[in-house]
Ligand binder design. Structure first.
Ligand code: NDP
Length: 296
């Protein structure tokens, strides 16, 4: 079998297109422009790339982008004061504090200082609790993007066996909650899981969010299963020239694609969907703040 490639890049383009249309209607009918504030502390190169790309796409869909770049020595009080200022600003509907923060800053404290209604990353403890109890929450962008691709591919997920490899608060746990909400039978695997290959082989849906390059080989995959590869790992690529690198996922793409029914590529799978969902969440937050109907 050769897996169908789930084109996250194209799907993300569709999602952004729908967001842009809704934003244009909000402006025309209500004079409202959604605004997303992104806070970056320090100079982590990967974070700088993400923040730049988020800012660019925010503007492209017609939203206001507010970028706050603080130096690496910023104190917790200064950062909390900025978060409070953004919480109070009616032009800001979504707030994202780019993680990881420098070591002297308490991430939980900072994230939980964000107004939950503006917490477009869905990491605030209120949103985590709302999601876990099946209530209306801000849903973390990466798992939301994965769920959208799965729904698009499968239609109904009810009764499917899903294995999520990874139990982080950012990806693994909320992914499992979303799959459970869609009535999958969900297993969360992690570094202490026994017989991981056998656990993964049971799955109709495998979501790999581990952070280990190409860890999941094709012979762990049940024939016809859907593989969602969240991992983004930069590895050496001497075949491209000295000092060159390339991005790979947590799954070994070639061997998994031979067995799976469908698979997301890296790059071009989950990554673009994450940013599209961030914009969709900002639009949702803006609609809720203004008492307007939410986008589909
Ligand atoms: P974390 O490091 O927070 O979590 C990794 C998880 O993988 C942990 O639960 C860990 O288990 C588990 N794990 C580690 N080694 C193994 C192993 N050998 N076998 C089984 N499980 C293992 O990572 P994140 O969840 O933040 O990110 C995961 C990946 O997804 C990374 O590559 C990251 O770059 C990528 N990512 C991609 C995004 C996108 O937009 N596409 C967004 C966010 C992340 P334990 O808890 O036991 O230690």
């Amino acid at each position: 079998m050769v897996a169908q490639v789930i084109d996250g890049k194209a799907f993300a383009g569709d999602v952004r297109g729908r967001v842009a249309e809704h934003v244009a209607r909000l402006k025309a009918d209500h004079g409202i422009t959604p605004g997303l504030a992104v806070v970056l502390v320090g100079e982590d190169p990967a974070s700088q790339v993400y923040v730049r790309s988020k800012g660019k796409m925010t503007v492209e869909v017609g939203m206001n982008s507010f970028e706050h770049k603080l130096d690496a020595e910023t104190s917790e009080d200064e950062l909390l004061a900025l978060v409070a200022q953004l919480n109070a600003d009616p032009a800001v509907h979504g707030i994202l504090v780019q993680l990881p923060l420098p070591g002297h800053l308490n991430e939980d404290l900072v994230i939980n200082a964000i107004d939950p209604a503006k917490d477009v990353d869905g990491f605030h403890i209120s949103n985590v609790g709302l999601l876990a109890t099946g209530q209306k929450a801000m849903v973390p962008c990466t798992p939301l993007g994965c769920l959208m691709m799965l729904r698009e591919h499968h239609g109904n997920l009810s009764g499917l066996e899903a294995v999520v490899v990874g139990r982080s608060n950012i990806v693994g746990k909320p992914m499992a909650q979303l799959l459970l909400r869609d009535s999958c039978t969900v297993t969360i695997a992690h570094s202490r899981t026994k017989d991981l290959p056998d656990v993964v082989r049971r799955a109709d849906i495998v979501v790999a969010a581990v952070g280990r390059p190409e860890m999941v080989p094709g012979d762990w995959i049940k024939p016809g299963a859907t593989v969602i590869d969240v991992g983004i790992n930069r590895v050496d690529a001497p075949e491209k020239g000295e000092g060159k690198t390339r991005l790979v996922g947590d799954c070994h793409y070639e061997s998994c694609a031979e067995v799976a029914g469908a698979i997301t590529p890296v790059p071009g799978g989950v990554g673009p969907m994450t940013i599209a969902c961030l914009l969709a969440n900002t639009l949702t937050a803006c609609c809720r703040a203004n008492g307007l109907p939410e986008p589909e």
